[in-house]
Design a protein around this ligand. Structure first.
Ligand code: FES
Length: 90
C-alpha cells in the first residue's frame, strides 16, 4: 500500500509515512513519537503541532478558520495533508 503522504520530523530529519487507514498521530506513535493527546477528535487542541513546511488538510474543530488558513499549526489526531510532505516541529 502506498502512503497517502509523509511527515518529516524537523529535529531528527526522520520521514514517517502516513497510510490512508491511520491518523498522523497513529503514524507518529507507531514510530515512537509520543504527543500529548486527549480527545482524539480535533476538539480539545491538546495535540496542536507546529507545521514548518507543507499544507495541512484541516479536519479539526479547534482552530479558527483564520488559524487554519495560516497553515502553521495543525491537529495530528484528525487532520491530514494536502501536500506530499509535511515538515513538523518535532
Ligand atoms: S487530541 Fe484533542 S485535538 Fe487532537
Amino acid at each position: 500500500m502506498e502512503p497517502e503522504f509523509s511527515v518529516k520530523l524537523a529535529r531528527s530529519g526522520r520521514v514517517i509515512p502516513v497510510y490512508p487507514h491511520q491518523s498522523v498521530l497513529e503514524a507518529l506513535q507507531d514510530d515512537g513519537v509520543l504527543i500529548p493527546t486527549s480527545c482524539h477528535q480535533g476538539v480539545c487542541g491538546t495535540c496542536l503541532t507546529t507545521v514548518l513546511e507543507g499544507e495541512p488538510a484541516h479536519w479539526d474543530l479547534f482552530l479558527t478558520p483564520q488559524e487554519q488558513e495560516a497553515n502553521d499549526r495543525f491537529l495530528p489526531c484528525c487532520s491530514r495533508s494536502n501536500s506530499a510532505l509535511l515538515v513538523l516541529d518535532l
